[in-house]
Design a protein around this ligand. Structure first.
Ligand code: XMP
Length: 511
């Protein structure tokens, strides 16, 4: 049976993806689509409920996005959030007041009337506000449901029409009962069944892939990253040996990574996994190269060459698997610009592989869902919670020329840092954490000897999407252990520094 869907119409606000993720977390599938969708398209999409997101506009702005009144006459429940709430009021004949001053931050609000939205929520609680205009009169047939001191219409609605609006943002964690309110909308207003679970997803996808692929051949570039690992495991569950995975060992991986990929996927899961040993090829090509972009270019090109060679050995295949995920395909907001991963390491593959069609089994999933699917498929936490690793891997964490000696030093230092982060239980709190070998040497004293060795920098950041990031506040005693261990256990490192720069102005990687 097809799962139920909630349609999140994007009016350009900053929390839009978050709304869709929250809805899915509550067990209902949701898609984020541009607010340009027509009433016919919405009707054909057949959602069990619609959410209008917030947005930066005032309903009175010349180019403000509007909504076809017929969308509100489809009989499908609607929840408007912030701008979405104002838009519903404005469209149905209520009154929105244009304000000069914004209201921003936590506010206490009170329900003035019970409704399906207020179930299980105390009469007074805290919500997160971020708006300028405000609703001062609700449309005929609607009732005010909640207010704050400065915002007379904090929530309103009509239980008969099953249309509601809230001025605050229930999707952000600062709204104490926001999640409960969304849940109420889904389950008490839209009649959701809660049929979106990763267990169902796996069962549905495996059946679908089996039917689509049958006994044809599929090829996948396995990088060891979460997305490609989960995509390959899912396809493998459906078609077994007809999936052929290629892992390119470019000699730039972190410590033990190639061995782990082979042991988990080939030995453990029994995948048809080919390893292309190309370390010397890559390292020779990188000799003498110091410019970061040139390194990226060389690695990207060689990766495709090596993959092409392997693909030729396999011959023509019917499908090529890619680990594309939902944030890569969302076409949201008014700009309609698709988000494209700027440095996707398998981006050039389709042009060199002889195949008929691309299979993207994760294209409907958010990252946290991909992780849950991985767990559902039996992959370990080490694979599922692996931090993102850039395509060029350690080559852009070695400042200046990449040499075998620097690689060996960096691998050990990086391993110790990761090991201590894992021991301190911080793996899931930090977005990325790694060591960098700088292009500087400093004087030190080890034993009774003077040393002149490399400076190792530790980089750890928190982030949601890698677009911006903050340096992670790792406890001093963890940093101390890492520093002691690296200087004691790793050759050619005598000084450790911690990077305390956010992005911007710095980037996450050093090159
Ligand atoms: P920056 O350093 O630009 O990195 O703040 C943002 C995110 O992208 C990753 N990154 C790369 N990924 N190829 C990749 O596949 C690359 O050349 C590359 N450079 C940076 C980086 O690790 C971070 O997650």
């Amino acid at each position: 049976m097809e799962h139920q869907k909630i349609l999140v119409l994007d009016f350009g606000g900053q929390y839009n993806q978050l709304i869709a993720r929250r809805v899915r977390d509550l067990g209902v599938y949701s898609d984020l689509k541009s607010c340009d969708m027509t009433v016919e398209e919405i009707s054909a999409y057949a959602p069990v409920g619609i959410i209008f997101t917030g947005g930066p506009n005032s309903v009175y702005d010349e180019n403000a996005p509007h909504i076809d009144k017929r969308v509100l006459e489809l009989g499908i429940p609607v929840l408007g959030i912030c701008y979405g709430a104002q838009l519903i009021a404005h469209t149905l004949g209520g009154e929105v007041e244009h304000a000069e001053k914004s209201e921003y931050g936590k506010r206490e609000f009170s329900f003035v009337k019970e409704s399906p939205l207020s179930e299980g929520i105390p009469a007074r609680s805290v919500c997160w506000m971020s708006h300028t205009d405000r609703i001062i009169a609700v449309p005929a047939g609607f009732e005010v449901l909640a207010s704050t001191e400065s915002c007379p219409v904090t929530a309103y609605g009509s239980s008969e029409r099953r249309i509601y609006g809230v001025q605050f943002h229930p999707e952000v964690v600062h709204s104490e009962y926001g999640n409960q309110l969304l849940k109420n909308f889904l389950y008490h207003v839209c009649g959701a069944r809660g049929d979106w679970t990763m267990k169902n997803f796996v069962a549905e996808q495996v059946a679908r892939l089996k039917e689509k692929i049958g006994d044809k051949k599929v090829l996948c570039a396995m990088s060891g990253g979460v997305d490609s690992a989960v995509a390959a495991t899912l396809v493998h569950r459906a078609v077994g040996k007809n999936l052929i995975c290629v892992f390119v060992d470019h000699g730039l991986h972190r410590k033990d990574e190639p061995e782990e990929v082979m042991s988990v996927f080939r030995d453990g899961l029994g995948m048809n996994l080919v390893k292309a040993d190309a370390a010397d090829l890559f390292l020779d090509a990188l000799a003498g190269v110091t410019d970061p972009e040139e390194k990226r270019h060389i690695i990207g090109k060689l990766f495709i060459d090596v993959f092409e060679k392997e693909a030729k050995k396999i011959g023509a295949v019917d499908y090529l698997v890619q680990g594309t995920i939902y944030p890569d395909v969302i076409e949201s907001g008014k700009g309609k610009s698709a988000v494209i991963k700027s440095h996707h390491n398998v981006g050039g593959l389709p042009s060199v592989v002889d195949f008929k069609e691309i299979v993207e089994p994760l294209r409907d999933l958010f990252k946290d869902e991909v992780r849950k699917v991985g767990t559902e498929l039996g992959l370990s936490d080490g694979i599922v919670w692996r931090q993102p690793c850039p395509g060029p891997a350690l080559a852009i964490r070695i400042m200046g020329e990449v040499t075998r000696e620097k690689l060996a030093t960096l691998r050990e230092a990086d391993f110790i840092f990761r090991d201590e982060i894992a021991k301190a239980g911080l793996m899931r709190d930090i977005w990325q954490y790694f060591a960098v070998i700088t292009d500087s040497k400093t004087v030190g004293v080890q034993g009774d000897f003077r040393t002149y060795e490399n400076v190792i920098a530790l980089r750890a950041v928190t982030s949601v999407d890698a677009m911006t990031a903050d340096w992670a506040r790792i406890p001093y005693d963890v940093l101390e252990k890492v520093s002691n261990r690296i200087t004691n256990e790793v050759k050619h490192a005598n000084r450790i520094v911690y990077d305390i720069t956010s992005k911007p102005p710095a980037t996450i990687e050093w090159e």
